[in-house]
Ligand binder design. Structure first.
Ligand code: ATP
Ligand code: GNG
Length: 265
């Protein structure tokens, strides 16, 4: 009897091993806590670290799909500023904003990994806020000990009504479940200093609420989360009250803490 043909021995694909080697870190924190500044600093630390910034440009200039405006002139193509619309009239635009923000986050977090990172021995992907804003997060680096629950805040202030909140949670959970295996993740002074026009009307009360939400979510860990395992995800709290932007020694100190955190995972 002839021996049966040998089965192809499929070694674990490179992609799988990347998934095993790689770490995904979400950088969370209040508005203008310093997340972008921090991730820009991280980007320079190692070739094995890559950063996915928040897709804010998309929110400030919402475009229709390419084909849809083939006939339009450049000025007609210019999109609406949804972030401005949100802050001008939250009761009208909160739902639209949350929907679009989630969609654009999922999209950017599903971007293929760069070849350079794929080949790295200890690849780390940092996300400036994750799609798991309130529902899910993995390893988190927390800046200023605050939690971000923006959508929930809008619901509590009445800018999202019961129906909108229910619909938002329904499709947001669905979306996360769909992509779970692929996206496993893991103030006022600075806000004015940065001077982003859309945000100049934000009130201290809103930032305080966000601060409290961050505390409950990532520090006290009292926010209800969808899955049991999320309760125990490691969180690193960084105090960024000090200005590290122009201080090499402070930067090194923070980076050392990040490295220590990564090696403990
Ligand atoms: N450690 C720091 N010390 C002093 N100023 C800082 C520090 N980190 C950031 N800033 C300044 O604070 C402002 C807000 O910082 P940044 O844009 O990084 O915040 P963010 O958390 O990314 O904001 P957002 O929530 O809007 O995305 C900027 O003007 C920045 O230069
Ligand atoms: N309501 C709300 N929901 C979100 O998911 C969300 N993500 C970001 N933002 C706002 C905060 C900054 O002004 C600005 C840049 O972070 O965008 C959000 N606002």
């Amino acid at each position: 009897m002839s021996t049966p043909p040998k089965r192809m021995c499929v070694s674990p694909s490179f992609d799988n091993s990347f998934e095993k080697r790689g770490k995904k870190i979400s950088i969370e924190g209040n508005i203008a806590a310093g997340k972008s500044t921090f991730v820009r600093m991280l980007q320079k630390v190692s070739n094995e670290w890559e950063v996915t910034p928040e897709p804010i440009a998309k929110w400030c200039n919402v475009q229709t799909t390419e084909n849809a405006f083939e006939e339009l002139s450049t000025s007609q193509k210019s999109g609406g500023n949804l972030l401005q619309m949100l802050y001008d009239k939250p009761s009208r635009w909160a739902y639209t904003f949350q929907t679009y923000a989630s969609l654009s986050r999922v999209r950017s977090q599903l971007q293929p990994v760069s070849p350079k990172l794929r080949e790295a021995e200890h690849p780390v992907q940092f996300y400036e806020r994750s799609v798991f804003l309130i529902i899910k997060l993995s390893f988190s680096l927390l800046i200023n000990g605050q939690q971000m629950c923006l959508a929930q805040c809008l619901f509590e202030s009445g800018d999202l009504n019961e129906t909108e909140w229910a619909i938002y949670q329904d499709w947001h959970s669905w979306l996360l479940n769909q992509y779970e295996s692929q996206i496993e993740l893991q103030c006022m002074k600075r806000l004015h200093l940065r001077g982003r026009e859309e945000e100049q009307g934000i009130e201290l009360e809103y930032l305080e609420k966000l601060h409290y939400k961050h505390e409950c979510w990532l520090y006290n860990r009292t926010t209800q989360v969808d899955f049991e395992y999320l309760k125990d995800l490691p969180v690193l709290v960084l105090d960024v009250n000090d200005d590290f932007k122009n201080d090499k020694i402070k930067q090194e100190c923070i980076i050392d803490k990040v490295k220590e955190f990564l090696s403990s995972l």
